[in-house]
Design a protein around this ligand. Structure first.
Ligand SMILES: Nc1ncnc2c1ncn2[C@@H]1O[C@H](COP(=O)(O)OP(=O)(O)OP(=O)(O)O)[C@@H](O)[C@H]1O
Length: 256
């Protein structure tokens, strides 16, 4: 469903910087793919290009055969709101709105008008995210994990084809991280949502089906989970140690 072909990105400036070089890969429908690599290797740049926040200097991104970067402003915004869901570490929720109102926002923006239809969708997603008792709370009354689950609800309510997550558990403690990971995993398995997630955390990455490793803007390696999460985790740690760089990644934690 997602095809990235020979994508390169050079940031112009006083000194031009090539952040991505000839990156190519495919993601199949329903796949859960992680992107890892040392700090500054180009992970966020890649995600920004796929999410159409940024454009590649050369190369192509196709989502279900369509190239979003060729679209005009108005078409692009419709394309984004109907195909993509975003979960970022510092995701902004509107604190004047309740949890339910925040979750429903993408539907309102997409022009959906049936109140009962929207209520039904919020109820259904809140059940999956264990947010039923929190729907009338304001977002400043939530814990970090509850806040992030609300953000995930908002990213998923319109059933996007592709969910892009950049360090979705970056600010959370280990309990909340575990909850969020279980939920993303469940969404992927039960709803068939395709997920692409940048993470530094090998435990978080071990929930994915496959990990793409990036080094110095190039694809370095990819590994598949197979049927054993524990050995997948060990393999991830091993590749990260080969990659060098930021040793934040090499936690000696045991899998929960
Ligand atoms: N707008 C920009 N202008 C110029 N250089 C940029 C810009 N954004 C990123 N870069 C550079 O491109 C490289 C890749 O950055 P990117 O944010 O994609 O890395 P990353 O792998 O996501 O890093 P981290 O794990 O630290 O978030 C870095 O060297 C960064 O300094």
């Amino acid at each position: 469903m997602l095809t990235v072909t020979n994508v390169s990105k050079t940031y112009s400036g006083k000194v031009a910087y090539r952040a991505l070089e000839d990156v190519s890969f495919d993601v199949a429908k329903g796949e859960y793919v992680g992107i890892m690599g040392p700090s500054g290797s180009g992970k966020t740049t890649l995600l920004n290009i796929i999410s159409t926040i940024d454009a590649p200097t050369s190369g192509q991104v196709l989502l279900d055969g369509k190239s979003p970067h060729q679209l005009k402003e108005q078409e692009l915004s419709t394309f984004r709101s109907s195909n993509l869901g975003f979960v970022f570490q510092d995701f902004q929720l509107l604190d004047t709105l309740t949890v339910a109102e925040n979750i429903v926002l993408p539907l309102t923006l997409a022009g959906e008008t049936s109140i009962s239809g929207m209520q039904e969708k919020v109820k259904s997603i809140a059940e999956k995210l264990h947010l039923n008792d929190l729907l009338d709370k304001r977002t400043y009354e939530l814990s970090g994990g509850q806040f992030q689950r609300t953000a995930i609800g908002r990213a998923l309510i319109h059933k996007p084809k592709l969910v892009l997550a950049d360090e979705p558990t970056g600010n959370l403690d280990s309990k909340a991280t575990g909850d969020v990971m279980e939920l993303l995993h469940k969404m992927n398995k039960e709803e068939g949502t395709t997920l692409l997630m940048v993470t530094h955390d090998a435990v978080v990455a071990s929930y994915c089906d496959r990990i793409l490793f990036i080094k110095d803007g190039k694809l370095f390696n990819e590994i598949y989970k197979g049927d054993n999460r524990e050995s997948f985790y060990q393999n991830i740690v091993q590749v990260l140690s080969l990659l060098g760089g930021d040793n934040r990644d090499l936690s000696s934690v045991r899998l929960p």
